[in-house]
Write a protein of this length. Structure first.
Length: 271
């Protein structure tokens, strides 16, 4: 088990991170992409009795279908408010909900058969630490399953649009959508994993009528968007610019009344 002692600077970054994801209503956003959790569980072929760790689990998009598949599931997240929502919704499934940092997991080496994360660890600042921890807690022969937004898909582009208006990231932080690149994932895990199975595909989103409706929903419910708008709240011109830019981006992704959000699914076997 790692016993990293956080510095005051690290602690401040983690506090900002928790506050960001507690803003708005992330579980409402995650409800848009419910199919992703089931797809990842199916790809991992989770069997009854396997020990499963869902990292940066939010309210349990993967943890819930993994438990229903028979896994003994521990769901962790840096933001306790998200776990509280998951437990209140799914308290009957036997999931253990535990506050934990994806960069410093409080578990023993080789403790789990499977570790998962669905658009979760990609948002932690230090990608290598997250990858190292995922490998460390999974036994040899166990599996790691990830779903991450791609840099060139809609959510990757959305972060690119918001970047000039957002608060500066912590020093050394890497952009989350890099996790949606197969080359980046391979570089993070190296020869510690094998049997790489990568799939790039999309999830259909049909809850919005147009780009403006999408923008207004994310302004109200999605932490990173909320924090970005707060950063420019005293500049109406920039707020208007961002309003237009997000709506126009979303409109470009509408086809026949729905959007397609691209993601990378990675299933890896620990050596």
């Amino acid at each position: 088990m790692t016993t990293t002692q956080p510095t005051p600077f690290d602690a401040e970054i983690k506090a900002r991170h928790r506050k960001l994801w507690a803003a708005g209503d992330y579980p409402a956003v995650a409800d848009l992409i419910t199919p992703l959790g089931r797809r990842l569980v199916d790809a991992l072929h989770i069997k009854s009795g396997e020990k499963v760790l869902d990292v940066a689990a939010g309210a349990g998009n993967v943890a819930v279908p993994a438990a229903r598949a028979g896994g003994h599931v521990v769901a962790t997240d840096l933001t306790p408010e998200l776990l509280e929502t998951g437990e209140s919704r799914h308290g009957d499934l036997g999931i253990t909900w535990r506050t934990a940092d994806a960069e410093d997991l409080p578990f023993d080496d080789d403790d789990f058969d499977i570790a998962t994360s669905c658009v979760g660890v990609m948002f932690a600042p230090n990608h290598q630490k997250c990858a190292d921890e995922l490998v460390r807690v999974v036994r040899p022969g166990g599996r790691i399953g990830l779903i991450n937004w791609t840099p060139t898909g809609f959510i990757g582009e959305l972060f690119g649009v918001m970047k000039p208006y957002a608060p500066p990231p912590p020093p050394g932080a890497q952009p989350g959508p890099l996790w949606g690149s197969t080359d980046h994932v391979r570089s993070l895990f190296g020869d510690r994993v094998t049997d790489h199975r990568f799939t790039t595909t999309t999830v259909k989103i049909d809850e919005f009528s147009d780009g403006a409706a999408f923008r207004d929903f994310f302004k109200a419910y999605y932490g990173p968007t909320i924090v970005t708008y707060r950063n420019i709240a005293d500049d109406p011109t920039r707020v208007a610019e961002l309003d237009t830019a997000i709506a126009e981006l979303a409109d470009r992704y509408f086809t026949d009344g729905h959007m397609e959000w691209e993601y990378l699914q990675a299933v890896l076997t620990v050596v």
